[in-house]
Design a protein around this ligand. Structure first.
Ligand SMILES: Nc1nc2c(ncn2[C@@H]2O[C@@H]3COP(=O)(O)O[C@H]4[C@@H](O)[C@H](n5cnc6c(=O)[nH]c(N)nc65)O[C@@H]4COP(=O)(O)O[C@H]3[C@H]2O)c(=O)[nH]1
Length: 517
C-alpha cells in the first residue's frame, strides 16, 4: 500500500474508531434516558388511572349508603344524609336526588325551579351511569363529572383525577377507552389523546414519549417531549462518555501505531531494496536414492541495519502488496548469477530453483530478466527451475503462455507448496509444469496418525500419474526421508540434510558431497 493510501486509510480508521464508541455510548445513554422517561410516564399514568378507579369505587359505596336510607325524599333527614356522604367521601362534591327525571334536592337542600336530569353519556362496569360534563348550577362554577345510579347522582371534579405529582412538562389525560377526554392536565392535544387511547404501553411517536395504561373503563395517557441527546448531557446521564472517550483514544492510538508500523516497515523495505541490503541463502535439494545434492533453492535473506534478520515470510507479502517484488526478484537473479554462476557452469548436473511471485506468471516480462543468468553468468536455462505457488497458475491462459515461453527457452517450472492451494485435478492437468513440491505440512504427517496423513500418499500417486518430478519440502527426520524414498519420491530438501546456507557454506556442502566446486 502506498504511503498516501496508508495515511488516508489510517486517518479514516482513526476517525471511525473515535466516532463509533462516542456515538455508540451517546446512543446507549440516550436510549437509557428515553427508557427512564417512559418508566416515569408510566408511573404517572398508573397514578391517574388508580385515582379514577378509586373515585368510581367511592361513588359505588356512596350509592349503596344512599339507597339504604328510609327518610322521606328531600326531608331534612334525607338532605342531612346526602350531606354526610359528601363530607365522608373525598372524591364527591355534591349529591343529587331525582324524581321523574327532575332534580328534586341536593346535598345543599331542596331545589327550586325545574332542573331536568341530563342524559348519561355511557355506563361503566358495575352499572354506573357516567355523564361527562354537567354544567354548573351556579354562575362561575366549573363543569363536573357525574356518576349516577338509581335516583341519585354524585358530582366529581374531573381535575382530581389528574391532580397527581408530575414534572411540569408532562401532559396528562384521562379519557374513556374510546378516546373521549374526561380530564386533562397541561393541555394535551385532544386529537393525540384520541389517537393514543387506541394504543397501549410505552412508545415514542415523533418527538413524543408516550405511556398509555388502560382499565376496563378508563385510559390514562402521559406524554412528554423525548429528551434531546444534549438534554441527556445536561441531565448528567452521560457517565459512559469517559469510557467512550477512553475507547476512542485507545482505538485511535492503535490505528496510528499500526499505520506507523506499516508505513515505517514498508518505507524501510523500499529503502533496503534501493540500497541492496538483501542476500540469498541456498537450501540444498537432495537426491534421496543417492544422498547427493542436485541443486538448491534460492531463499531471500534480509538483515536490517540493526542486525536483526527479517523472515521472508514477513517481508515478501509486504513487498508483493506494495508492488516491490519485481525489484526484489531482479536482485535475486543478479545475486544467484554472481554467487553460483561459476559453480553451475562447472557442474551442469546442479540446478538452482528461484521463487517467483504469482503475478510474475501473468506476463513473460520475467523471462527477459532471467536471460542475464545465461548471458552474464553462464548458467544454462535447463539449470534454472522457476517455482511458484498454485495461485500463479489460477489464470490458466496467461500462466500457460508464460510457461510455454519458459519451456521454449529451456527453463523448468515447479509448483511450490503443493496441496495448500485450491487446484482441482482438472486444473492441474491443464498446466504444463515439470515438478511438484510437496508442502512441509504434508511431510510433517509422515509416521503420525492424523486425518491429513493419508493425503501425502495420494499426492505422491497424483504426481506420479501426472508424470512430473516430485520434491518433498521440510524433511526433518530420517523416517520421513525413508518413507518418501520408498514411495518413489526422488528429491527432497529440509533440515535433515541442511538449512538454507550462505553461498560459501553451500559451496562447501556441495564439495563435501563429492561434487565439483
Ligand atoms: N521448519 C522447517 N522449515 C524449512 C525446512 N526446510 C526448509 N524450510 C523453510 O521452508 C521455506 C521454503 O520456502 P518456500 O516454501 O518457497 O517459502 C518461502 C517463499 O514463499 C518466500 N520466499 C523466500 N525467498 C523468496 C524469493 O526470492 N522470492 C519469492 N517470491 N518468495 C520468496 O518466503 C518463504 C519462506 O522462506 P524461508 O523463511 O526461507 O523458509 C523456507 C525454508 O527455510 C525444514 O526442514 N523445516
Amino acid at each position: 500500500m502506498r504511503r498516501s493510501r496508508i495515511l488516508i486509510v489510517g486517518s479514516f480508521l482513526a476517525v471511525i474508531g473515535a466516532l463509533v464508541p462516542v456515538a455508540g455510548m451517546l446512543w446507549i445513554t440516550w436510549s437509557l434516558a428515553v427508557e427512564d422517561e417512559q418508566a416515569e410516564l408510566r408511573a404517572v399514568a398508573d397514578r391517574v388511572l388508580l385515582r379514577a378507579q378509586r373515585s368510581a369505587m367511592q361513588a359505588q359505596a356512596a350509592f349503596i349508603e344512599l339507597s339504604g336510607n328510609d327518610a322521606p325524599a328531600c326531608s331534612p333527614r334525607h338532605v342531612a344524609l346526602m350531606r354526610r356522604v359528601v363530607f365522608n367521601t373525598p372524591a364527591i362534591e355534591e349529591v343529587g336526588y331525582f324524581e321523574s327525571g327532575l332534580l328534586r334536592c341536593t346535598s345543599w337542600g331542596p331545589v327550586e325551579g325545574t332542573v331536568p336530569a341530563i342524559k348519561p353519556d355511557f355506563a361503566i362496569a358495575g352499572g354506573l351511569q357516567v355523564t361527562l360534563a354537567i354544567p354548573p348550577l351556579l354562575k362561575g362554577g366549573t363543569r363536573k363529572l357525574a356518576f349516577g345510579s338509581g335516583q341519585y347522582n354524585v358530582l366529581l371534579d374531573p381535575v382530581r383525577f389528574v391532580d397527581v405529582i408530575a414534572e411540569p412538562q408532562v401532559r396528562l389525560a384521562l379519557s374513556t377507552n374510546d378516546g373521549r377526554m374526561i380530564a386533562a392536565l397541561n393541555e394535551p392535544d385532544e386529537q393525540l389523546v384520541r389517537a393514543f387511547s387506541r394504543r397501549q404501553g410505552s412508545f415514542t411517536q415523533g418527538a413524543l414519549s408516550v405511556s398509555v395504561v388502560r382499565s376496563r373503563n378508563w385510559t390514562a395517557i402521559a406524554m412528554e417531549r423525548r429528551p434531546a441527546v444534549l438534554d441527556t448531557l445536561r441531565r448528567g446521564q452521560l457517565l459512559l462518555i469517559p469510557i467512550a472517550l477512553f475507547l476512542a483514544g485507545l482505538i485511535v492510538s492503535i490505528v496510528v501505531w499500526g499505520s506507523r508500523q506499516r508505513l515505517s516497515f514498508r518505507a524501510e523495505l523500499a529503502s533496503a531494496i534501493r540500497t541492496r541490503e538483501f542476500t540469498v541463502h541456498y537450501q540444498p535439494i537432495m537426491n534421496l536414492a543417492t544422498s547427493t545434492c542436485i541443486g538448491a533453492e534460492a531463499l531471500l535473506r534480509w538483515r536490517r541495519a540493526d542486525g536483526r534478520w527479517i523472515s521472508p515470510e514477513l517481508f515478501v507479502p509486504v513487498a508483493e502488496h506494495a508492488g516491490m517484488m519485481w525489484d526484489l526478484t531482479e536482485q535475486v537473479i543478479d545475486l544467484v548469477g554472481a554467487d553460483l554462476g561459476p559453480l553451475l557452469s562447472r557442474d551442469r548436473s546442479l540446478h538452482i530453483a528461484i521463487n517467483l511471485s504469482a503475478e510474475m506468471f501473468a506476463t513473460d516480462r520475467i523471462l527477459a530478466s532471467l536471460e542475464r543468468l545465461h548471458k552474464l553468468h553462464g548458467i544454462e536455462p535447463g539449470q534454472v527451475w522457476l517455482e511458484a505457488t498454485e495461485r500463479a497458475f489460477m489464470d490458466q491462459a496467461s500462466a500457460g503462455d508464460t510457461i510455454s515461453k519458459a519451456h521454449a527457452v529451456g527453463y523448468r517450472v515447479a509448483m511450490d507448496d503443493f496441496g495448500t492451494g485450491y487446484s482441482s485435478l482438472g486444473h492441474l492437468q491443464q498446466i504444463d509444469f515439470d515438478a511438484l513440491k510437496i508442502d512441509k505440512s504434508f511431510v510433517d504427517t509422515i509416521g503420525i496418525a492424523s486425518a491429513k496423513s493419508a493425503v501425502i500418499a495420494h499426492i505422491i500417486d497424483l504426481a506420479q500419474a501426472l508424470k512430473v518430478e516430485i520434491i518433498a519440502e521440510g524433511v526433518e527426520h530420517q523416517a520421513q526421508a525413508d518413507y518418501l524414498r520408498d514411495k518413489g519420491v526422488p528429491f527432497a530438501q529440509g533440515w535433515l540434510f541442511s538449512r538454507a546456507l550462505p553461498v560459501e557454506d553451500f559451496k562447501t556442502f556441495v564439495e563435501e558431497q563429492g561434487q565439483a566446486v
